[in-house]
Design a protein around this ligand. Structure first.
Ligand SMILES: Nc1ncnc2c1ncn2[C@@H]1O[C@H](COP(=O)(O)OP(=O)(O)OP(=O)(O)O)[C@@H](O)[C@H]1O
Length: 237
């Protein structure tokens, strides 16, 4: 059972995709995936390309359906199984318990950069003014020029947009954070800032689960590695 100290436990998770373009053939990707996340630690999903790392993150965040198994999460003092939870419960877990940090910006147009980063904090009850100030601090740490704070990020460079989204993902105090390659294609100064933020999250007791392709980065953040190739289905091995 998950607890505050071990807030996420994955058991016997299986995933296969139905290939509609190939007559509905089933492509098994994962079988018997199991691991637990501890508060204050960063676990990293490792294994070769195509082994199912992103699929695991997407199932935990509720973007991919689960075939079987359980994803038990400690959510506001109770346990929820995300593998079978109703969409409304999944949304509540996203709001309060599990945050997602990725490099890809998918936000409404015409909203200023400052408000894009402040928005998840405001949604979680932080005063608007304070949320905006925290957003600015985070954006400045990620070396985004302050002249950009009032502008919507639609016209920003790829790297600038990526940093806005990273700031947004790290702005909240979710007790669990999923990290989908947050440092990919960042320059080394900004990558170091992200690594520093991850260390701070650990010190605050956040449980992190990430994908990091860069070996050096992985070594610096990982408290333990989860070898996803160990979860390959027998027929695909
Ligand atoms: N929506 C989908 N529909 C069909 N097949 C999918 C889908 N998503 C993933 N797959 C397949 O599942 C397998 C695992 O993909 P996944 O993206 O989870 O791997 P990964 O380990 O994250 O790879 P990489 O390191 O290259 O990002 C791949 O064979 C992929 O083609």
């Amino acid at each position: 059972m998950p607890t505050e100290q071990q807030p996420l436990i994955v058991r016997d998770l299986a995933k296969s995709f139905t290939m509609h373009l190939q007559g509905g053939r089933s492509l098994p990707v994962l079988a018997n995936a199991g691991f637990a996340l501890k508060a204050g630690e960063c676990a990293v999903l490792a294994g070769p390309s195509g082994v199912g790392k992103s699929s695991i993150l997407k199932m935990i965040y509720g973007n991919y359906a689960v075939n079987s198994g359980s994803i038990a999460v400690w959510h506001e003092g109770a346990v929820i199984d995300l593998a079978t939870a109703e969409p409304r419960a999944v949304m509540a877990v996203r709001k309060r318990t599990i945050g997602y940090v990725s490099q890809f910006l998918s936000v409404v147009p015409r909203v200023s950069t400052r408000d894009i980063v402040a928005e998840p904090m405001i949604a979680r009850g932080i005063d608007r003014q304070e949320a905006r100030e925290r957003a600015e601090t985070l954006l400045a740490r990620l070396n985004l020029p302050s002249r950009l704070f009032d502008l919507p990020p639609a016209t920003f460079s790829g790297g600038e947009q990526q940093r806005v989204n990273i700031a947004r993902g790290f702005s909240t105090n979710h007790p669990i954070l999923l990290l989908d390659e947050p440092t990919a294609s960042l320059d080394s100064a900004n990558r170091d800032v992200v690594l520093e933020i991850i260390s701070e999250k650990k010190a605050e007791g956040v449980a992190l689960l990430g994908i990091f392709h860069d070996l050096d980065t992985r070594e610096r953040v990982a408290d333990h590695l989860i070898d996803v190739s160990a979860f390959a289905p027998a027929q695909a091995a």
